[in-house]
Ligand binder design. Structure first.
Ligand SMILES: Nc1ncnc2c1ncn2[C@@H]1O[C@H](COP(=O)(O)OP(=O)(O)O)[C@@H](O)[C@H]1O
Ligand SMILES: [Mg+2]
Length: 488
């Protein structure tokens, strides 16, 4: 069974309220009872002294009227008065006629008398044998010195007063009823209050839970409403922030997913073309048995070119996926930058010649310039840039590779006098498979992945690739590296 937070709160506060009121009621009843008993005992004590005083001093105590006078007094103060001699014989009792005194039991064994005998005063509470009621008894030893030589008083040894407990109990019971009634009202009030507060407290939580539930069902546009500045308000704010993040993450994820599926589509398209071409050339060769050797060589050459293109594509694809999965680790070292640039320029001289392009290294005479980075990956970058500058050039054009130093940095540039890149293409040429002129790129053996790889590698060096280009004038690609003092 699911117990809601609200139910738990209500049960908790209710049990607390019940416990506290019952405890308060019991404690106050006990305290009131104790207080009243004490008060009555004190009063009885006072009255004992009063009776003793009356006995000793009053003219009441003459032979004829002593009983009637005491009986009148007892009735007036609503007490039972008893005088007892040292042997326990009752000499007088305000509730017993004089002629019946002889039938009373000896009172010496009564607990209050025994106590008075030992401590000069005593109390007891019990059901009386003479009067059918529970009584509170108080007794004291009569102070003989007060009596003087009055002969009648010589016999009196104990004075005893008794009061029916019924009256005390009536007062206490009335009070207890009032306490019980009050407690009940308090209980009801507290219950209502606790119910109200439990509801008030749990309502916003229930609201939050309902919204969370709707989010679970996929409603990401939900918003956690709140109008308090307490912890719940803070929680709602926090949840809203998380939700916002989730939404933007989701947008990002969808974008990435779209890019991935686009990329996959591009890859299969790029692969299909050369594979079909190779298949086509080979089938032509197989079917045309009479075709001459010159023709055969022509088809084999064409098939070979497509195979090279396939190989380039695979190499670039593998590089891209290794870079993007973080598998390609860069090894940073200080290396001789000018030596590397010079050797690249030397190696690509033939390609430049093929395209009727002049390729030069601008810093030929300075071979002691060092930089920090992954030498082989940076070589790959520069080859990509120089090959592009040669391929997308014009006949008799020029390509210049060089470096510039500034503030501990060293900038490498590849500048060409080629066809340039139109403004609308400049930001897109680093995208995978993006080419300005698809046909020209394919014919020149391009994969459309070169600049994407370049960008990744430069960014892994905490740098940025820059392009300046003007249509029909040429382009300059550049990036900076940290300058080093020597090789490491
Ligand atoms: N130096 C350059 N001059 C003019 N266009 C260029 C130059 N370098 C790159 N491009 C353009 O950017 C595109 C993307 O280059 P890249 O990623 O190296 O792919 P690919 O060279 O295989 O086509 C090229 O197809 C080309 O249109
Ligand atoms: Mg390229």
């Amino acid at each position: 069974m699911k117990i809601s937070l609200r139910q738990k709160l209500i049960v908790l506060t209710l049990s607390l309220v019940v416990f506290v009121t019952i405890a308060a009621a019991i404690l106050s009843s006990v305290e009131i009872q104790r207080y009243y008993t004490l008060k009555i005992k004190q009063q009885l004590e006072m009255q004992l002294s009063e009776v003793e005083y009356l006995l000793a001093n009053s003219a009441l105590v003459d032979e004829d009227s002593r009983y009637t006078k005491f009986t009148g007094y007892a009735r007036q103060v609503n007490l039972r008065i008893t005088f007892i001699d040292s042997l326990g014989t009752v000499l007088y009792d305000s509730t017993v006629p004089e002629d019946s005194l002889a039938f009373l039991n000896n009172h010496l064994t009564r607990p209050e008398i025994q106590m008075a005998l030992h401590n000069s005063s005593g109390y007891d509470q019990r059901h009386s044998t003479s009067v059918p009621e529970t009584m509170l008894y108080a007794a004291k030893v009569f102070n003989r010195e007060l009596a003087g030589d009055k002969p009648l008083l010589n016999q009196i040894y104990f004075i005893r007063l008794a009061i029916p407990l019924r009256e005390i109990n009536q007062v206490i019971n009335a009070l207890l009823w009032k306490i019980a009634g009050g407690s009940l009202i308090a209980l009801l009030l507290f219950s209502l209050l606790s119910y109200y507060f439990a509801n008030k407290l749990t309502f916003p939580i229930q609201k939050l839970a309902a919204i969370a539930e709707s989010i679970k069902k996929g409603n990401l546009d939900a918003h956690f409403e709140h109008n308090t500045k307490d912890e719940l308000g803070e929680l709602a704010e926090l949840l809203n922030e998380i939700l916002d993040k989730l939404r933007s993450d989701l947008v990002q994820m969808r974008k990435l997913e779209k890019m991935r599926s686009q990329f996959l589509g591009n890859v299969s398209h790029e692969l299909r073309t050369p594979i079909f071409a190779v298949q086509g050339y080979l089938e032509t060769l197989l079917q045309n048995k009479e075709c001459d050797v010159k023709m055969q060589r022509k088809f084999i050459k064409k098939a070979h070119r497509q195979a090279v293109r396939l190989n380039n594509l695979f190499t670039d694809l593998i590089d891209i996926s290794r870079i993007e999965s973080g598998e390609m680790k860069m090894v940073f070292r200080n290396f001789n930058l000018h030596k590397s640039l010079q050797s690249i320029v030397n190696d690509l001289q033939e390609t430049a010649d093929d395209h009727n392009v002049t390729l030069v290294f601008a810093n030929k005479n300075d071979d002691k310039v060092y930089a920090l980075g992954d030498k082989n990956r940076l070589k790959q970058v520069i080859i990509n840039l120089v090959v592009n500058a040669i391929k997308y050039n014009v006949p008799y054009g020029k390509v210049e590779v060089g470096t510039r130093e500034e503030k501990g940095k060293i900038t490498i540039y590849v500048a060409d006098t080629g066809r340039g890149i139109a403004r609308e293409h400049i930001n897109r040429i680093f995208e995978r498979f993006y080419r300005v002129d698809k046909e020209r790129s394919r014919n020149l053996g391009g994969t459309g992945l070169g600049l994407a790889i370049v960008k990744h590698i430069i960014e892994a060096h905490h740098s940025e690739i820059q392009v300046e280009s003007e249509e029909n004038k040429g382009s300059t690609f550049s990036f900076s590296l940290v300058k080093a003092a020597q090789e490491s």
